[in-house]
Design a protein. Structure first.
Length: 108
């Protein structure tokens, strides 16, 4: 899928609203997997904003904050290149699954 939306529930009304997320300078790409990272709370401090991490076909991760992609991280090398039926190029493999461990610190 070449889009990503963030859905938020208003606790007062119970209504959901969607906000389209922007790939920005990283260019639109297929999102293969997605994980939400909870906000961190330092001792005696306030919670920082959470983040979203998406796995991409080229083996990279995009980190998202405030509905914008802010960083690309190399997770592993690209798989083999294939040409799709519609003529577009795709990479075999990619980051197809993400899981945040119970410790809340390790993304697999």
């Amino acid at each position: 899928m070449k889009h990503l939306k963030q859905w938020t529930c208003d606790p007062g009304t119970g209504r959901w609203s969607a906000q389209s997320m922007s790939f920005g300078a990283f260019g639109v790409g297929n999102v293969l997997s997605c994980e939400f990272l909870r906000p961190s709370v330092p001792p005696g401090g306030e919670a920082a904003a959470g983040a979203v991490v998406t796995g991409m076909p080229d083996g990279t991760l995009l980190v998202w904050r405030n509905s914008k992609a802010v960083r690309r991280v190399l997770a592993h090398g690209r798989g083999p290149r294939t040409i799709q039926a519609d003529g577009t190029m795709a990479w075999g493999g990619g980051v197809r699954a993400l899981r945040l461990r119970a410790d809340g610190l390790t993304l697999l």
